[in-house]
Design a protein around this ligand. Structure first.
Ligand code: CA
Length: 224
């Protein structure tokens, strides 16, 4: 795998230094931005670690704006005291969050999990097709009825996971552990939020079905 470039957006110098040190030791390439404005000016990264409390901008606004210009995974760094609404964060386009105080080791583990997920999907090069939705694991592009659809990294991975085994029913817990890779940390509501977002983006062509009392599966619509 080529070197993963990470953009770290963090104004606290001692936190930034320890994260940069930890990630660099693991072979990641890290660019550091101390403000929201610097983060929005940065380019060429594969993943973003984004502090919620920045001196010049609200981290939520930075997240929202970053999401309009990149599909790179965004992990929010949140202080316990800040009462961050996690579901809202995910709706803004963040893929994950880590609560402060954290150890550089925890950050590294979480990043590796996100990298592994992204790499897992591209092991098999065949485009996946269910109904009128086509998902290409190589280019990470999705079309519905031939029209391109823009998904976040996690939305893409969730849809790819379901579409790779059409008709198979997955529980929320299974999806958390197989798509997110760390079932214990985020709640199953996270799965519902992402499914709702994929549905709103794909509209009537969305192949994700709710299996009452169980979870979700991908199936072609039966309507003609
Ligand atoms: Ca801060």
């Amino acid at each position: 795998m080529s070197v993963v470039r990470i953009l770290l957006v963090e104004d606290d110098r001692s936190i930034a230094n320890s994260v940069v040190e930890g990630l660099t030791a693991e072979g990641f390439s890290v660019d550091h931005a101390g403000t929201g404005a610097a983060a929005l000016a940065a380019t060429g990264y594969d993943m973003v670690l984004l502090d919620l409390g920045l001196p010049d901008m609200d981290g939520r606004d930075v997240c929202r704006q970053l999401r309009t210009r990149t599909s790179a995974p965004i992990i929010m760094l949140t202080a316990r005291a800040e009462e961050f609404d996690r579901v809202l964060g995910l709706e803004l386009g963040a893929d994950d969050y880590i609560t402060k105080p954290f150890s550089p080791r925890e950050v590294v583990a979480r990043i590796k999990s996100v990298v592994r997920r992204a790499a897992l999907v591209s092991v098999d090069d065949r485009p996946l097709e269910v109904g009128s939705v086509v998902l290409d694991p190589v280019t990470r592009r999705v079309t519905a009825g031939g029209e391109p659809v823009s998904l976040t990294a996690t939305e893409f991975d969730l849809l790819a996971h379901l579409m790779s085994n059409p008709g198979r029913v997955y529980s929320r817990e299974q999806l958390l552990s197989e798509v997110w890779g760390y079932a214990a940390i985020v709640g199953t509501r996270t799965v519902d939020v992402h499914v709702a977002q994929v549905r709103s983006k794909l509209g009537d062509s969305c192949p994700i079905r709710t299996v009452r009392g169980v979870g979700y599966s991908a199936e072609a619509s039966e309507s003609s």
